[in-house]
Every structure is written in structure tokens, then in C-alpha cells.
Design a binder for this molecule. Structure first.
Ligand code: GRF
Length: 210
């Protein structure tokens, strides 16, 4: 069983779908820690309602950035975390954590990376940019995290066609549905050791159906 830490700053709908798959035994893992910079976000409420351990790390609680990074790392090590899932986490992951958890930190992004990613591409801004570009498709991307926003190796993508009826808000909802399918699939693959590296790129090995 893999030990997972979720990092979230907002409503946490991706966190919730992963949690549901874990408690229904579909993903062989346990959520051991939920980390946020925002003590009053939906993700923290949900974690508390479900008795999951939480840890809040922000400038108010730890004004010194070095101490902040160290305490975050200590919490992850103390809990013996195997996998970190970023689920709408609005802060950069400290470099000491990226280095220690190389290829063990996943992020989901609401567009088809490498397009529409990086600094400034978050929330509704991503979908506004996609609509404005007249792209014919969008979707969700799950990738490993490195030291740049939305940049590490791409593991899987789910594409959706952009419809004439889409605006940024409608597209955001449709992409979020795709995220809710894709993210648990990738987390499951990681937890079942089904992500292989081929020519330096991660690739999911399909589940064997008995
Ligand atoms: C999702 O769109 C995700 O792709 C992005 O942040 C959003 C988080 O949504 N990284 P939620 O908090 O999981 O509902």
C-alpha cells in the first residue's frame, strides 16, 4: 500500500475522487497527510470530516521560507510518504522536496500541456486562453513535477473536443469531469507500479484484466 500526501489549496474535488477510489479499494493506497497553505479551503474541511491528518504550511504560520520548507519535508518524511498528489495546490513545491521525491510527485493541469501551462495559467485563466486561441480541443494532463510550473514529464492526457456552446466556464466544468476520470487512473497506475520509463518518458502499463 502506497502512502499518499495530498497537497490542495481549493475545493479539492480531485482529492475527493482519489479518496473515494481508495476507500472503495480500487487504489491500493492510504492518504496519510493532507497539506494546504489555506486552512479554510474545501480540501481541508473534507480531510477533517474524514479524519485524515492535515498540516497547514503558510507564511503566517512559518514566516521564514527556509524553515517552512524544512518543516514541510519533516512532515513528509515522518509520515513515510511514497507519493505526493498535487490537487489544485497553488504554491511552488520547494526544491528540496522535488529533489527528494523525484518522479514521485504528480500534478494535474486542466489543459493539454505543454500548451496553456506555466506561470499565470491557473484556474479560469487557462480556459479563457484556450477559448481565445480557437483551439479545437482541450483536456487534462497528469505529469510528474519538476522545478518549473506545469513542466515535468507528461504521464497521461485526456482530450475533449471544444464545442460551439463552450465558454471558459462551461469548458472548465467539462475539463474537470475529464480530470476526475484521469487523475485516479494515473494514481492507481503509480500505486500498482504500472508506470514504466521508456526512452526517458513515463508510460502507463495497462491493467491486466483477469
Ligand atoms: C483543477 O482544475 C486542477 O487541474 C488544477 O486545479 C484545479 C483543482 O480543482 N491544478 P479541485 O480543487 O481539485 O476541484
Amino acid at each position: 500500500m502506497k502512502k499518499i500526501a495530498i497537497f490542495a489549496s481549493g475545493g479539492g474535488s480531485n482529492f475527493k475522487v482519489i479518496y473515494e477510489k481508495i476507500i472503495s479499494w480500487d487504489i491500493p493506497a492510504e492518504i496519510c497527510l493532507v497539506i494546504s497553505n489555506n486552512p479554510s479551503c474545501g480540501a481541508i474541511d473534507f480531510a477533517e470530516q474524514n479524519s485524515l491528518p492535515t498540516f497547514i504550511v503558510n507564511k503566517t504560520r512559518y514566516p521564514d521560507s527556509h524553515s517552512r520548507d524544512i518543516i514541510l519535508m519533516q512532515n513528509l518524511l515522518k509520515t513515510d510518504i511514497d507519493l505526493i498528489c498535487l490537487a489544485g495546490y497553488m504554491k511552488m513545491i520547494p526544491t528540496n522536496i522535488v529533489a527528494h521525491f523525484e518522479n514521485c510527485i504528480l500534478n494535474i493541469h486542466p489543459a493539454l500541456l505543454p500548451d496553456f501551462g506555466g506561470k499565470g495559467f491557473y484556474g479560469i485563466k487557462v480556459h479563457e486562453a484556450v477559448i481565445k486561441s480557437n483551439a479545437i480541443e482541450s483536456g487534462a494532463t497528469v505529469h510528474f513535477v519538476d522545478n518549473q510550473y506545469d513542466h515535468g514529464p507528461i504521464i497521461a492526457q485526456r482530450k475533449i473536443k471544444i464545442l460551439d456552446t463552450d465558454n471558459a466556464e462551461i469548458l472548465a466544468e467539462r475539463v474537470l469531469k475529464a480530470e476526475h476520470e484521469l487523475y485516479p487512473e494515473v494514481v492507481k497506475a503509480f500505486c500498482e507500479n504500472r508506470i514504466n520509463w521508456e526512452s526517458g518518458l513515463p508510460k502507463i502499463v495497462e491493467e491486466r484484466k483477469e
